[in-house]
Design a protein around this ligand. Structure first.
Ligand SMILES: O=P(O)(O)OC[C@H]1O[C@H](OP(=O)(O)OP(=O)(O)O)[C@H](O)[C@@H]1O
Ligand SMILES: O=c1cc[nH]c(=O)[nH]1
Ligand SMILES: [Mg+2]
Length: 217
């Protein structure tokens, strides 16, 4: 399984990551959401370089121009709720893609123990397609694992791209065990070393869903 970490490369993407982490900036919800979206746009562009291309002869008003365009049948899937702005970034570039939505949330039994509840899935058939799963935060990797399990009820994708912004090292180690090695690529913008006793990423950024959309009751 390939892991591509954009944090290892100097680019403007790191500016957006610094802003979503920064306590002095991250509470501006519109900027927070837009930064998730911008990171999605940059990742989409980089990911597009790995697609399968063929030449199409495009009729212009003055002649024929051969252009290489991608042939992948793309499904962009997101895990509600924090995934929504990140998903939108991918959709801005892959504007013809199909889309899937899965809900996953932590249902706490006490301050530390929780289980992930999946209650909703709206997805096209994904068999034989390029599945891009977008979720900005991978802490334990459980939401991703269960959401992927739910998506498999819609068929077996040809290839899987997991797009995250901040992934814990623990989540990456876990995902390697549960996703098919030969057809999965993980794209992220940073790998953080730890998760705390509440399963929050350290240093991370806090709760991405709350920062994007406001606190839950
Ligand atoms: O890897 P995990 O330990 O499963 O944690 C990561 C999950 O946590 C966040 O969602 P959250 O449950 O906070 O829901 P929200 O997007 O509604 O805030 C995030 O978007 C992931 O889906
Ligand atoms: O650090 C974390 C872990 C789960 N969900 C978040 O939004 N942040
Ligand atoms: Mg949350």
């Amino acid at each position: 399984m390939r892991i591509i970490n954009f944090g290892e490369t100097n680019s403007i993407l790191n500016q957006y990551v610094s802003e979503i982490r920064n306590v002095k900036v991250q509470n501006d919800r519109m900027r927070f959401r837009r930064n998730l979206e911008r990171i999605g746009e940059i990742m989409a562009y980089e990911m597009s370089k790995e697609f399968t291309y063929s030449t199409k002869n495009i009729q212009t008003p003055l002649g024929i121009s051969p252009v290489n365009t991608p042939d992948n049948k793309i499904v962009i899937s997101t895990i509600l709720r924090a995934g929504l702005p990140f998903h939108q970034g991918f959709l801005n570039y892959f504007d013809r893609a199909e889309n899937a939505f899965v809900s996953a949330y932590r249902k706490y039994k006490d301050a530390l123990k929780f289980e992930i509840n999946i209650e909703y899935i709206a997805s096209p058939r994904i068999a034989g397609k390029t599945l891009i799963i977008t979720d900005p935060m991978l802490a334990t990797g459980s939401s991703l694992e269960l959401s992927y399990g739910a998506m498999l009820t819609k068929g077996n994708p040809k290839e899987i791209h997991v797009a995250a912004i901040i992934a814990s090292q623990q989540a990456l180690d876990y995902i390697k065990q549960v996703f098919p090695e030969e057809k999965t690529t993980i794209w992220c913008a940073a790998v953080d070393p730890e998760i705390d006793s509440h399963s929050y990423i350290i240093p991370g950024l806090g709760d991405a869903g709350d920062l994007a959309f406001g606190e839950k009751e």
